[in-house]
Design a protein around this ligand. Structure first.
Ligand code: HEC
Length: 197
């Protein structure tokens, strides 16, 4: 390598440091996922019934994957949420082969913001006793573990209206009042998800 270095050492340093900075910026963004990586679900970008973000500013690539009619691998940094309390985040390639590099999150959301209750790969169990990975893994290969309604996962026992009500009443958003309709839907949802006696 030395033979290609110019005699001006300062120049080398600037170039090499620049490269190192770029590399480390990429790595920090990909691995530094904490509570502040999540926000009011309806401020994210809607795609059909769910919402997306990209933690590396690569939203266009995330949207391209989400809108592909033949399926695609979501780019690193993608965040997907259907309900405020659960999220999938696409980590660096080689993060976890089984989960296709997705990390699953169970979140506690309140007026004060987001707290991460659980995070992980094949081992995250949500508050209703369901394992995220087990439910998502049946999605056909081209859908990158994203279920939606027709990718091969068993359907959720909740209605689209209930999911919309959960999205509209995310306490992190500026939504001071819950409509009577949403209150009713949330009540029905609560009944539905009660553990069987
Ligand atoms: C009982 C099975 C089940 C469990 C448990 C489960 N999911 Fe899902 N999830 C689904 C299904 C089915 C859908 C699609 C629902 C729809 O669009 O009607 C879905 C949708 C999603 C979506 C929107 C993108 C998509 O795949 O359609 C995300 C994000 C998500 N789930 C994350 C999680 C996380 C994180 C956990 C664990 C904390 C989890 N899920 C637990 C079955 C499950």
């Amino acid at each position: 390598m030395a033979h290609c270095l110019p005699p001006d050492h300062q120049g080398i340093c600037i170039v090499l440091c620049g490269v190192a900075l770029l590399l480390s910026a990429g790595l920090v963004n990909a691995t530094d996922i904490d509570a502040s990586s999540f926000r009011c679900i309806t401020k994210m970008t809607p795609v059909r019934q769910f919402y997306v973000d990209n933690l590396q500013g690569n939203l266009d690539a995330t949207l391209a994957a989400a809108n592909s009619t033949t399926g695609a691998v979501y780019p690193t940094g993608s965040v997907i949420q259907l309900i405020p309390g659960e999220a999938m985040v696409k980590r660096d390639r080689s993060f976890n082969a089984a989960t296709h590099d997705w990390e699953f999150f169970e979140l506690d959301v309140s007026k004060d913001g987001t707290k991460i209750r659980k995070r992980g790969t094949t081992d995250v169990v949500n508050r209703f006793g369901g394992n995220c990975f087990d439910c998502h893994v049946p999605a056909a290969a081209q859908w990158d573990l994203v279920c939606e309604t027709d990718h091969g996962c068993a359907p959720l026992p909740v209605t689209r209206a209930m999911i919309r009500a959960l999205q509209r009443t995310d306490p992190r958003c500026d939504n001071p009042t819950t409509s009577p309709e949403d209150a009713e839907l949330l009540k029905q949802l609560e009944q539905l998800l009660k553990p069987p006696r």
